[in-house]
Design a protein around this ligand. Structure first.
Ligand SMILES: C[S@@+](CC[C@H](N)C(=O)[O-])C[C@H]1O[C@@H](n2cnc3c(N)ncnc32)[C@H](O)[C@@H]1O
Length: 272
């Protein structure tokens, strides 16, 4: 897979569209909706921070313009992935890779542009990032990106069909460094229990982190699954692949002297 330079930032356009930000609260509330499974699930431990970043006018305008066609609300209803990616005159639906926690979407947009034969379903709870990714998709003319709003756990638990994913990407998930918060880390056995049945044989699981203890946890969790084969023959971390662009979080980690770890695993077929 080729890609453009991983270091060139995809900055937003200098001039925002002139239109005022329309009222859109009813259709697109900031942050994730209530868990459709109800109040018991609602109180489960979450892997994301509740944050309300400032949304720019351009990001809000991108949401207003593109959400009806490219946006997905995580409402718990089964998601028709082939239908979601099969439009735009394609004879065949695209194989779909799920990216959890895309942040501002710069890496997502670059990887989608470099690989138009793959659909990217990108999920995050962060409204400004959703707007930013929609803006980048529009600017780059991407037809292979869809943006989901909500907790990825709802998507994995309730909305995706078995063997429907051709890959999973989790880049720089919140590290939750304090011991009392480790339970909030996304990559843990209960997460993998949800993910594994959704991956088709050959699907690639790609994680990256700059937080060494979390990298070790990822290696332990992914390495313990017999359904996953580590692409590193020595059973360790992978070399940094050139197709994964640099993100703000990675740059910040490197600036602090952290070592960035990539993990690449392949879903093997279930034993008969
Ligand atoms: C540290 S940021 C990394 C963003 C991006 N991958 C990057 O490298 O720049 C982690 C992101 O994951 C998102 N996130 C964490 N848990 C999530 C979940 N369960 N569902 C959806 N998004 C989640 C957060 O909102 C945040 O935007």
């Amino acid at each position: 897979m080729s890609t453009s330079s991983p270091t060139t930032p995809l900055s937003p356009p200098l001039t925002a569209p002139a239109a005022p930000t329309p009222a859109r609260a009813a259709r697109f509330p900031a942050g994730p909706a209530a868990d459709p499974a109800g109040s018991r699930e609602e109180h489960r431990v979450r892997s994301f921070h509740a944050r309300r970043g400032r949304i720019t006018q351009a990001q809000a305008a991108a949401i207003d313009r593109h959400w009806p066609a490219w946006g997905v609300e995580l409402d718990g209803a089964p998601l028709d992935l082939p239908g979601l990616f099969g439009a735009a005159g394609r004879p065949e639906p695209l194989p779909v890779v799920l990216e959890i926690g895309f942040g501002m979407g710069d890496a997502t947009a670059r990887m989608a542009a470099a690989d138009p034969a793959r659909g990217i379903l990108a999920v995050d709870v962060h409204t400004p990032g959703q707007g930013n990714l929609l803006m980048l998709a529009d600017r780059l003319g991407l037809t292979n990106v869809r943006v989901a709003n909500g907790d990825a756990i709802v998507l994995l638990r309730d909305m995706l069909a078995p063997a429907s994913l051709a890959g999973l990407r989790v880049y720089f998930p919140d590290p939750w460094p304090k011991a009392k918060h480790h339970k909030r880390r996304l990559i843990q056995p209960s997460f993998l229990d949800l993910v594994l049945p959704l991956l088709r044989p050959g699907a690639v699981v790609h994680c990256a982190t700059d937080w060494e203890p979390y990298a070790e946890q990822m290696l332990e969790v992914l390495g313990a699954a017999p359904q996953l084969a580590n692409q590193d023959p020595a059973g360790g971390f992978a070399a940094r692949p050139d197709f994964r662009p640099m993100t703000k979080f990675e740059r910040q980690g490197l600036a602090k002297g952290h070592v960035v770890r990539d993990l690449l695993f392949t879903r093997v077929p279930d034993l008969p």
